[in-house]
Design a protein around this ligand. Structure first.
Ligand code: SAT
Ligand code: MN
Length: 608
């Protein structure tokens, strides 16, 4: 171990990987921590760090759940900060029109000054982690440096980390460098606070050098760098270069009453029900749903030409509000098993976490996400809308044994969904791969609380990847098209869905949740060639007769007809905003095949 690290390290480094050691030394010199800890991922380490967090006042142990903790963040550090997220590619044009770009040299210069001395008085943790099963053919590794105990324990839940990974990181093994600091040095007798962070925040990605620099935030995707930063932004670049896909998708295993199994992947923007769909409890008798992943899918072609998906994560970082025994019993059972962290939910008097939607009636008294007393008369939400539970996937009762299979699972169908009150029907099947890529490229959704900013505004969110693309969106579309053109590819079918369409008086037309299996059933029957559909200008859409609505109640049929409606006038209006979106991409980067798809859609709508 280099001398200058051994001077501050609490134990010998668990690796002789000189690339890692040199980098750790360089960062320790820059950030000046009091000590350096190489994390081993053990239960002892978890107990020590959670104990320190309790002592500092960050964590409150929850009496009602085993080994679980509650905390609240700084009220200004509650969600991903998209306007402070940067793709610092060498050429601005490679970041594309959807990303904030800063020249990598300039960004390093500015951020280096923020990092200088930033860890003074703190411990610097070095966390080795693996994205996906450790025994995968080509495992992808990350090493995160952080000065946050909260991040260190969250990474234990969210990734495969610690001693088992250090063992694999032999000399020369490639890894993504992830540097994180909350940006609050404890100099001049400065006392620590429960949620350290800085007003200034940077979430910067350097795609060419596979490096992530995050500064100033301690929350979620800003700070747990294995999640959106590596598994999507950097991985999307790796996928482009190596011929695979890193996507914002859940992975679900479905088995029909006849015992036929299909795996599906589905992309939705943050806070649009991915976790609920990933843990679906089917309302149709005899159907079984099992969870492989709830947020991110890495998909590669197998030798048989099929696309195989792996979940790179090991935990759920799920939106708490709206999660209850009715909407997602599997999520509730997962967190009941304990070993979980709750951030920005409310806390009950008997030491449990609570949020809107957990129970029908709120408790008479709570501590809310500001840490203040709360009663139902307070008239405010007790939990922040982006409050989260962080919990291990292997505790989930619906987890599929394949979640840890290094080969991944073969995907039969891909679903793209958004949150739209109008226009987009409940489900539509694409004509072919290129049409499906087109549909996904113009995916749209009303904004949610998962990112800072206004909620409820319709924005284009291609493949639900808008905030997570590590390179130019036009090149990303070209990559999707190229994947489909690969020789021998046995491609999944592509569907678009919208669980959130509303009537003129604002009511949801579709019951959602466990009933979504009815839509999935139709889609799987389409794969098998046994379900009816009508050819519309936007794709194949079922009539309500083609959907299995058994047990839904007679009153539903009219609503579902409305949910399935393809309204030509609405679509003609939609075209205007699609035109505007495509115009922002830049002529020479938008693939011709997508321009042709848009022209063909216009023709079909004109003729309808
Ligand atoms: O904060 S995260 O990026 O981890 C969650 C999300 O927005 O999906
Ligand atoms: Mn997500």
């Amino acid at each position: 171990m280099p001398e200058r690290i051994s001077a501050v390290a609490t134990a010998p480094a668990p690796t002789d990987h000189s690339g890692i050691l040199t980098w750790v030394e360089e960062i320790a010199e820059l950030t000046a921590p009091e000590r350096v800890v190489f994390c081993d991922g053990s239960r002892e380490e978890w107990d020590r760090l959670t104990g320190e967090l309790v002592a500092k006042g960050t964590f409150v142990p929850l009496a009602a759940k085993p080994n679980s903790f509650w905390c609240v963040s700084d009220p200004d550090d509650v969600a991903r900060v998209e306007d402070r997220t940067f793709i610092c590619s060498e050429h601005e044009s490679d970041a594309g029109p959807t990303n904030n770009w800063v020249d990598p040299v300039d960004m390093r210069t500015v951020m280096t000054e923020h990092y200088r001395g930033a860890m003074a008085g703190r411990t610097m943790y070095v966390i080795a982690y693996c994205m996906g099963p450790l025994d995968a053919g080509e495992p992808k590794y990350g090493v995160q440096i952080t000065d946050s105990e909260y991040v260190a324990v969250s990474m234990q839940i969210m990734t495969r980390s610690g001693a088992q990974v250090w063992e694999k990181l032999t000399q020369g093994t490639e890894f993504v460098k992830c540097l994180h600091s909350v940006g609050m040095p404890l100099t001049d007798g400065h006392a620590d606070v429960a949620w350290p962070c800085d007003k200034t925040k940077y979430i910067a990605h350097f795609p060419e050098s596979r490096t992530i620099w995050s500064y100033g935030s301690g929350y979620g995707g800003n700070a747990l760098l294995g999640k959106k930063c590596f598994a999507l932004r950097i991985a999307s670049v790796l996928g482009r270069d190596e011929g695979w896909l890193a996507e914002h998708m859940l992975i679900l295993k479905l088995t029909s009453p006849q015992g036929r199994t299909h795996y599906i992947a589905a992309a939705f923007p943050s806070s649009c029900g991915k976790t609920n769909l990933a843990m679906l409890e089917p309302t149709l008798p005899g159907w079984k749903a099992e969870t492989v992943g709830d947020d991110i899918a890495w998909m590669r072609f197998g030798a048989d030409g099929r696309l195989y998906a792996v979940n790179p994560e090991a935990g759920f970082f799920g939106v708490a509000p709206g999660t209850g025994a009715k909407t997602n019993p599997n999520a509730i059972a997962t967190i009941e098993a304990g070993n979980s962290i709750f951030t920005n939910t409310a806390r009950t008097d008997n030491g449990d976490a609570w949020w809107e939607g957990l129970t029908e009636q709120p408790p008479a008294h709570l501590v809310d996400w500001h840490g203040e007393d709360w009663t139902p008369a307070s008239g405010t939400a007790a939990a922040h809308p982006n409050s989260r539970y962080c919990t291990p996937i292997e505790q989930c009762p619906s987890v599929a044994p394949e979640w840890n299979d290094p080969r991944g699972v073969p995907i039969s169908a891909i679903f793209f969904g958004g949150r739209r009150a109008t226009t987009i029907p409940l489900v539509a099947e694409s004509f072919d791969w290129a049409h499906g890529v087109f549909t996904a490229s113009v995916l749209s959704s009303e904004t949610t609380a998962a990112a800072a900013g206004k909620v409820g505004v319709v924005r284009r969110d291609p493949m639900a990847m808008l905030p997570f693309l590590g390179y130019h969106v036009g090149d990303y579309f070209a990559h999707w098209l190229a994947m489909g053109a690969r020789e021998g590819a046995q491609l999944p079918k592509i569907f678009q869905v919208n669980w959130f369409r509303r009537s003129a008086d604002g009511k949801f037309l579709w019951p959602g949740f466990g009933d979504n299996v009815r839509v999935l059933k139709w889609a799987l029957e389409r794969l098998e060639g046994t379900a009816e559909a009508v050819r519309t200008p936007i794709g194949f859409v079922p009539t309500s007769e083609a959907l299995d609505l058994d047990g839904l109640g007679a009153g539903y049929r009219g609503l579902i007809d409305a949910a399935l409606d393809v309204d030509v006038d609405e679509w003609v209006r939609e075209l205007e905003s699609i035109d505007e979106w495509y115009a922002t991409i830049g002529g020479n980067r938008l693939p011709d095949a997508l321009r042709a798809e848009l022209a063909a859609l216009k023709m079909r709508l004109a003729e309808a």
